[in-house]
Ligand binder design. Structure first.
Ligand code: CAA
Length: 278
């Protein structure tokens, strides 16, 4: 099966890797230009090299995974069976991307979006085929969950197809009805926002907040380190969707989160967030 991944950032490249390392899948990893797409593949190569260096994988296996990933712009997806869109969290960009894709790909090609909180129903408006949410978690090659989200016009057949694909790449799918933030982000992102608030109130240091939640709640990483991993811009965007869709004050983004995003302190991807990665 040929998978077209739209967007070669953290999620897009992770999704591409998750497919390429499973037998029976080939991947088109795409972005707005060849350079960005190649950059996504380079990220995968770097991660695989680390595994080779640790003796967890041999070089031939790493090369075989990379050989299954072709990079370029979305125009290379002409014979894709499934598109997974992982572009930036902007409704207009996602809708426009699918509109352009429906002119390029076969009529049988299925459309899925990895949006972390936007409405699947709205993304699918005006398209010639239905859209479904196929929501991966960061780091996508490692995290076992996929939220499968049906929008207002998503048929059960498409849900069943995506559930099957998720299982084939070794993931555990859960079925979720459309709602802002779905399940995981509705719980996780307000928790990260609360950790920002605790830090801003001077209750504890960044390190102690994270240690508290790692050792006191058995989380694999603390909420502020997790915010840096996800990207503080992504966390803010999700908080804003939760708030704008519900107008419930419990979802109001903390001013410090917004300030850090405005300052370009987005976490790992910019080298600084709550921690310094330089
Ligand atoms: N890409 C590929 N593989 C990766 C990776 C990456 N970015 N990061 C880690 N790994 C692999 C490592 O290679 C390692 O594999 P092996 O065991 O085969 O060697 C394995 O994952 C464990 O990694 P480490 O030993 O380096 O570190 P760890 O045990 O501390 O685990 C972690 C790292 C998996 C990130 C773990 O800390 C964790 O699970 N953190 C929580 C992550 C989380 O909650 N993600 C969800 C975010 S929410 C989201 O993504 C949704 C959204 O819409 C915002």
């Amino acid at each position: 099966m040929k998978i077209g991944v739209i967007g070669a950032g953290t999620m897009g490249s992770g999704i591409a890797q998750a497919f390429a390392q499973t037998d029976g899948f080939e991947v088109y990893l795409t972005d707005i230009n060849d350079e960005f797409a190649a950059g996504g593949k380079a990220k995968i190569e770097k991660g695989l090299s680390k595994r080779v260096a640790k003796g967890k994988m041999d070089q031939a296996a790493a090369d075989a995974i990379l050989a299954k990933i072709t990079t370029g712009t979305k125009d290379i997806c002409t014979d894709a069976d499934l598109i997974i869109e992982a572009a930036i969290e902007n409704m207009e960009i996602k809708r426009q991307t699918f509109k352009e894709l429906q002119e390029i790909v076969p009529a049988s090609c299925k459309f899925a979006t990895n949006t972390s909180s936007l409405s699947i129903t709205e993304i699918g408006q005006g398209l010639d085929r239905p859209v479904i949410g196929m929501h991966f978690f960061n780091p996508a090659p490692v995290m076992k969950l996929i939220e499968v989200i049906q929008g207002g016009n998503t048929p059960d057949e498409l849900r069943d197809f995506i559930v099957d694909v998720a299982k084939r790449i070794g993931k555990t799918p859960v079925q979720v009805n459309e709602a802002p933030g779905f399940v995981v982000n509705r719980i996780l992102i307000p928790m990260i926002n609360e950790a920002v608030s605790i830090y801003a109130d001077g209750v504890a240091s960044v390190e102690d907040i994270d240690t508290a939640m790692q050792l006191g709640a058995n989380h694999p990483m603390g909420p502020l380190a997790l915010g840096d991993l996800i990207g503080l811009d992504v966390c803010l965007a999700i908080m804003d969707v939760l708030y704008n869709e519900t107008h419930d004050s419990k979802y109001r983004a903390h001013v410090l989160l917004r300030k850090m995003v405005r300052a370009g302190k987005l976490g790992r991807k910019t080298g600084i967030g709550f921690y310094d990665y330089s």
